[in-house]
Ligand binder design. Sequence first.
Ligand code: DGL
Length: 290
Amino acid sequence: MSAADPIGVFDSGVGGLSVLHEIRRALPGEDLLYVADSAHAPYGDKSQQFIEARSIAITEFLVSRNAKAIVVACNTATGAAITTLRSRFSMPIIAMEPAVKPAVANTRSGVIGVLATSRTLASDNFVKLFARYGTDVEILGQACPGLVEQVEAGDLSGDKTRLLLEQYVIPLLEQKADTIVLGCTHYPFLAPLIQNIAGPGVAVIDSAAAVARQLRRRLEVAGLLADAAKAGGESFWTSGSLGKAQSLVSELWQAEVAVCALPSLRKRLAMTESDSVVGAGHALDIFGNN
Ligand code: DGL
């Protein structure tokens, strides 16, 4: 493993591109590999075993491409698979953590809302955050079925997306939330609409920049930071429809990019399913919550 090797990033779909943007901003010299598992999005309605098996198989694919570090750019996969990934792979593995800590520091009303998948809200990770911060402020978890699908369909501002968001955001406002945490990496692409619904007095925050900073710290400590003098490149794979991914990834990445078909991971999946490790606690480490 060397500093010149790339960083592997994956998500259940295109949502992790919101994290990839921040990684690119923080680490301009790094080569970045991105896998969108769009054929299986949303992960939120899959079993923990399935998400673990996909996460292991995608990480192995990224390792086969010489990834020196992995970013699990998906809150749901973090909750379901991070312990297993860290026990199986020795390179730095950076995970998502909903931005509850900064939200608690920001709130004036003492009420924060967290938009996430129901699987994330039920995860050990979130239960720990709730236990840690829920005594100082009121934390309202709001599951958002259907939102990941809207982003995967490229509908960031249409009527159906707005209607869904109103249904999820307005009850939080009625309960006096003045800070809304985006606890799913797909949601930052809906931030303009969320801000529009919530109004200017409500802060809308996510953890992508904190994840990128954490990745930078981990690479620095491991002596694996690439030479920042050269510009890094990006490579993209999808398990979903290539034509769809081509235009959606280009739109969300704000540049015309080529997306490749993710090779079939089925053989590896069958193997991991038979020896899958169940149970996934999560070390909270993005905002220094250890
Ligand atoms: N981007 C994923 C996350 O952060 C979406 C989850 C899903 O596919 O259900 O949770």
